[in-house]
Design a protein around this ligand. Structure first.
Ligand SMILES: [Zn+2]
Length: 232
């Protein structure tokens, strides 16, 4: 049976070869999603002690963030951009799983990135969710939750639209990308909890900051932030 399975996959690969999501080279049997060369080339982030690094610096003087971590640097035309693009717009959700396993194991090994009660993703607006069909953070967040033994919850923070009068706010506000508005569901559940807020790419941090502000309105809440990538 195993032999048959093997030969079937051999023929399947002959006609539909598995290719690297970054460079499109045919993958070797033992390679998954990305070839070894591309894996080696990914610009990984050094998160230091998780308290003071590129991620936490973004939020300095804006909102209190306990720990911060990001996996890869995001550059125009880089491999990270390709990965995120495939995940976000091509429904390649395996990438979320792949990144969560890789990053998750690194976090566990560091023995310094723990103590969270719940993982919450930056929510998609209902309309966007309908159009895309999935939140690009779901598979990533769930798997990260499995590895870190932390609950993954998508039902506690929701994204809503601004009303017309609100979107006509000052230009400065718009520049800071504050169109996004978030509301809490079941805030009592989050009292006294340490939340790990996750997103795909952090650039100015405006969206994450808006989420943090909402979450920090709850009593005794602590927030840490983790993203797949950071603009660098
Ligand atoms: Zn490759």
């Amino acid at each position: 049976m195993i032999v048959m399975k093997k030969s079937l996959s051999y023929f399947f690969n002959l006609f539909y070869p598995r290719t690297c999501v970054c460079c499109e080279e045919v993958l070797l049997d033992q390679e998954e999603l990305m070839c070894l060369d591309c894996r080696f080339d990914l610009p990984l982030v050094d998160n230091g002690d998780y308290h003071l690094n590129a991620v936490t610096k973004i939020f300095e003087g804006r909102v209190l963030v306990e720990k911060g971590a990001s996996f890869m640097y995001y550059q125009e035309k880089g491999k990270t951009k390709q990965l995120i693009h495939e995940l976000k717009y091509k429904n390649n959700q395996k990438i979320g799983y792949f990144l969560a396993c890789w990053f998750g194991n690194e976090l566990i090994e560091s023995k310094r990135f723990h103590g969270f009660d719940c993982i919450i993703p930056v929510p998609l607006h209902k309309r966007k969710f309908k159009k895309r069909g999935y939140n690009q953070l779901t598979v990533f967040g769930r798997q990260l939750g499995v590895l870190l033994a932390v609950d993954y919850r998508e039902d506690l923070l929701k994204r809503v639209s601004f009303t017309n009068t609100q979107t006509k706010k000052k230009r400065l506000d718009r520049f800071q990308n504050t169109h996004a508005k978030f509301v809490l569901e079941k805030p009592n559940f989050l009292r006294n909890k340490h939340i790990l807020l996750i997103d795909d790419v952090v650039t100015t941090g405006a969206t994450l900051e808006a989420c943090c502000k909402e979450l920090l309105s709850i009593d005794q809440v602590k927030i840490s932030i983790l993203t797949m990538a950071i603009t660098g």
